[in-house]
Design a protein around this ligand. Structure first.
Ligand SMILES: Cc1cc2nc3c(=O)[nH]c(=O)nc-3n(C[C@H](O)[C@H](O)[C@H](O)COP(=O)(O)O)c2cc1C
Length: 186
């Protein structure tokens, strides 16, 4: 993502992740005038009974979602907004492969959902559980692996963490750019 693209996002409206709703046509319908629309969050998981809207769940491996992403990213782009694709999985490689496919499908931005409180993720210390103060290194590992795997910018959607006094800290999306070793708040 270029500096101009980041400038495009500044102060712009973002159509946020709406699992079960936010596919390409939904983003096209509701994203007009937005700076960015975020498709998903999608879940990539081998399980047969993921408790989530079925059409937002994919089995691992690009054969299961590449064509879907091509069609839906193109549709979302008709909104005129930048298109981000959000995903969460238990296995890190499943998130990475999905976001690589999203990039190949033409997405402008990749997004990891660190916002989910679903048991299937927090049980493994993932998604929102990665935001605990003592999990910083794990969060950094996830972030580094993802950022190194795609050329587009990567968003980390999070609701923040709590400090020792129970106060919320650091919520909101963080944008990571490859090779900069830094992240910027949108
Ligand atoms: C129906 C619905 C589905 C949502 N799905 C997701 C999701 O899949 N991934 C995600 O990161 N956030 C999801 N969110 C959260 C929204 O993207 C957004 O962050 C939230 O609604 C902002 O809430 P607030 O303005 O009340 O803080 C969802 C919200 C709603 C209402």
């Amino acid at each position: 993502m270029t500096r101009e693209c980041l400038e495009d996002l500044r102060n712009g409206v973002v159509l946020a992740e709406l699992g079960g709703y936010g596919d390409g046509s939904y983003c096209a319908r509701h994203g007009a005038g937005a700076a960015m629309v975020v498709m998903g969050t999608y879940i990539v998981d081998p399980g047969d009974h993921v408790p989530y809207p079925e059409r937002f769940v994919f089995k691992p491996s690009r054969a299961h979602y590449l064509e879907y992403l091509r069609g839906h990213v193109a549709a979302a782009g008709k909104s005129g907004a930048k298109v981000a694709v959000s995903v969460v999985s238990v296995e890190k490689r499943d998130t990475i492969e999905f976001l690589q496919a999203a990039e190949e499908a033409g997405a402008d931005c990749a997004s990891y959902c660190a916002h989910s409180t679903m048991a299937m993720f927090v049980h493994y210390g993932l998604s929102s559980a990665l935001l605990a103060i003592d999990r910083r290194q794990d969060l950094r590992d996830w972030a580094t692996s993802i950022v190194k795997s795609v050329s587009i910018s990567v968003l980390f959607k999070n609701g923040g963490s709590e400090d020792a006094g129970g106060r919320r800290r650091g919520g909101g999306p963080h944008l990571f750019r490859r090779g900069r070793g830094s992240c910027r708040r949108l």
